[in-house]
Each structure stands twice: as structure tokens, then as C-alpha cells.
Write a protein that binds this ligand. Structure first.
Ligand SMILES: [Zn+2]
Length: 225
């Protein structure tokens, strides 16, 4: 069944009560007693629609993603697309290449999961920095602002931040996994803080001016890879 546009998975079990679980990324699971009529189960789930939506929103606002796996064939994200991880041995310098649907890590010890993580992180960081530089080159003259510097770091609670005084902006490492439009939104958002510190009317007016579709981008940043 669907609740507010989210699909709900209903499982029948030998239990006495109904259990509702909301899990990332946006899945709703319901366990219901076997003998309850479906209509009744549905009405109970419907009655909790507000709560379900609140939980999904809360999950969606958290930038932290599931701890990535570095196993062979694991799904990894890059610029909004899913790839499968593959690791192969090389005697040369370690490197990463994209051969859709794979992202291939070439390593001296391809079975070493820590080495895989380290290589992939380094590559992600380089790729993200390149893209941020291009975005800054493009947007700063248009917006008539200039950040003094930028940095990339892993952050748990936000996609970016801006130090108004030093004019340095920070961007979340996980943004490399997101669609380019989402990264662009965060860069423009942080640059807008060089005009306006707070998320007030003036801030949003400026965002509307620079990036009219910023709300859609923000939504997809929090709801999609
Ligand atoms: Zn902000």
C-alpha cells in the first residue's frame, strides 16, 4: 500500500500487535497479526500517516548515509549514480577508474578492505574538489562574492557550512555521491551566506534569484542519491 506517496511493506506474522518501522532510505515496514483483516491493518497504518511522514523527514534530513561496504560488488555512489565496486590487482600505482556499471579499484592488495576504503576516499575527495573548484569559478563572478578558501570534510549533520568571518566554506565529503545539481545547490547556498548569515527572508530571496529551482534541488539532495 501507499501512504503519502511512500510505499509500505506489510508482513503478516504470528504476533498480537501491529508494529511500524520507518527505515532509511525511506522505507516503511509494517508487521501485522495474521488474522487481522487487511482493511483494518490499512486503516491503522493510514491513521499514523503524520507520524510516518515525520520519521521519514527526520531520516531524510540527516546527511549521513549508511556505512558503505567495500565488498566486491557492493553498491557505491558517484555523482548521483549507483555503481558496483570491483577490485583488481596491479603492480603499478593504485588507481580508480570508471567502467560503467563498475568502479574499479586497482590495488597491490585488492582484497584488503581498508586499502579499498582508503583509495576510494582519496579518489572521492579529489573528484569532489575538482568539481567544487569548477563551481566556484562559475558562480563567484555571477554572485559577485568570493570565498577565501574551501575545504572538504566528513560531517554528520550538515551538507555544508560557511565561516562568515574568514569566508571559508566547508562541504560535506558525501556530496560526491550526490547528483551534480545537488552539489551545485549546496555551493550556491554556502556562497549566499557570504551575503546573509541567517536563513531569513533575505537569504531565500537571494537563493531564488541565483538558483530559482533551489527547492527542488534541496529536496532531491535529501531524498535521492
Ligand atoms: Zn545555510
Amino acid at each position: 500500500m501507499q501512504v503519502g506517496g511512500h510505499s509500505v511493506e506489510i508482513t503478516r506474522k504470528r504476533i498480537k500487535h501491529l508494529y511500524l518501522r520507518v527505515k532509511a532510505p525511506g522505507t516503511v515496514q509494517v508487521s501485522a497479526p495474521k488474522h487481522w483483516p487487511m482493511l483494518y491493518v490499512r486503516s491503522l497504518v493510514k491513521a499514523r500517516q503524520n507520524w510516518i511522514e515525520q520519521q521519514l523527514d527526520k531520516l531524510a534530513q540527516q546527511p549521513t548515509m549508511l556505512a558503505p561496504s567495500y565488498e566486491e560488488g557492493a553498491t557505491i555512489y558517484f555523482t548521483g549514480k549507483a555503481y558496483q565496486l570491483r577490485a583488481v590487482a596491479t603492480s603499478q600505482r593504485a588507481m580508480v577508474s570508471i567502467n560503467d556499471p563498475h568502479i574499479t579499484l586497482q590495488l597491490k592488495q585488492p582484497t584488503d578492505l581498508v586499502a579499498r576504503e582508503r583509495l576510494l576516499d582519496k579518489w572521492y575527495r579529489q573528484q569532489l574538489k575538482q568539481r567544487i573548484e569548477q563551481l566556484l569559478d562559475y558562480w563567484q563572478p555571477i554572485m559577485r562574492v568570493a570565498a577565501s578558501d574551501f575545504g572538504v570534510r566528513k560531517m554528520k549533520t550538515r551538507w555544508g557550512s560557511c565561516n562568515i568571518r574568514s569566508k571559508k566554506i566547508w562541504l560535506n565529503f558525501d556530496l560526491i555521491k550526490k547528483a551534480p545539481e545537488s552539489l551545485e545547490y549546496v555551493v550556491v547556498h554556502e556562497l549566499t551566506h557570504l551575503y546573509e548569515r541567517y536563513h531569513n527572508q533575505r537569504f531565500y530571496r537571494l537563493m531564488d534569484e541565483f538558483l530559482p529551482d533551489w527547492q527542488a534541488r534541496k529536496h532531491s539532495l535529501n531524498h535521492h542519491e
